[in-house]
Design a protein around this ligand. Structure first.
Ligand code: PEP
Ligand code: MN
Length: 263
């Protein structure tokens, strides 16, 4: 079902008035994690003003250490809904467990599956039964075939709305957090009809790298980007080093708008 051979037309995933794929470029922006009402509303208003099409924010966080901030969990989803009510931006948030499908079905507009869960087959099967679009990140060390097969689980479950997200892979290089695999964009488009977006924030792991990686993604034909933005990156509870300030995000939007029509 994910194979381009049997489905030559590009899939366009519609989220509210935004479209991803088939020549439509969408920008998703927001903090790594929802931290408070004031924080998420402030970031949502800033990214909306800069022209983002959707708001991202983690409520359930897959942290390497169990002692790191794990997210506001259910309360985080409710704060995202408040930010949506104020700005009108659809919300994107990561699901970590099949037990949460019902609450995500009710509250979230796009269900994100993180890199660490790309091959959580129980989770893939369950989101395959949801009516909400799924943003499927590439696993840290997954091949294109493995990534597309994970999308296949979701499509096979009856959910046709999958957006693939290249977020950098593990290589021998340690200077950057991950290595953005720019080749993934043309290769996945050759193999599949599904839209492909890029996460320049987790790819580089540094705010100063985000612009170069986002513009490279556009040059390579990506259908969108997902960018971490924080009102106070120095004090962010997660991923502050790679988060843009609202001002930096505004400047990035200007440069991306010079290369592609933004939704
Ligand atoms: C995130 O988007 O905040 C995240 C945890 O990303 P990834 O799964 O790509 O590491
Ligand atoms: Mn993050």
């Amino acid at each position: 079902k994910a194979n381009r051979k049997f489905h030559p037309e590009p899939t366009v995933v519609q989220v509210g008035s935004a479209k991803v794929g088939g020549g439509n470029f969408s920008v998703i922006a927001g903090p790594c994690s929802v931290e408070s009402e004031a924080q998420i509303v402030s970031v949502a208003e800033s990214v909306k003003a800069a022209g983002a099409a959707m708001l991202r924010g983690g409520a359930f966080k897959p942290r390497t250490s169990p002692y790191s901030f794990q997210g506001l969990e259910a309360e985080g989803l409710d704060l995202l809904l408040e930010a949506k009510a104020i700005t009108g931006l659809p919300i994107v948030s990561e699901i970590m467990s099949p037990k949460l499908c019902q609450v995500f079905e009710e509250k979230v507009d796009v269900v994100q599956i993180g890199a660490r869960n790309m091959q959580n087959f129980d989770l893939l099967k369950e989101v395959g039964h949801m009516s909400k679009p799924v943003l499927l990140k590439r696993g840290l060390s997954s091949t294109y075939e493995e990534w597309i097969m994970s999308a296949e689980y979701i499509l096979a479950g009856g959910n046709p709305n999958v957006i693939l997200c290249e977020r950098g892979i593990r290589t021998f290089e340690t200077y950057t957090r991950n290595t953005l695999d720019v080749s993934a964009i043309p290769c996945i488009k050759r193999m599949s009809h599904l839209p492909v977006i890029v996460d320049p924030s987790h790819s580089g792991g540094a705010s100063w790298l985000v612009e170069s990686l986002a513009l490279a993604a556009i040059a390579a034909g990506a259908d969108g980007v997902i960018v971490e933005v924080h009102n106070d990156p120095k004090h962010a509870l997660c991923d502050g080093a790679q988060s843009l300030t609202p001002e930096q995000f505004g400047s990035l939007m200007g440069k991306m708008g010079g290369m592609v029509d933004l939704m």
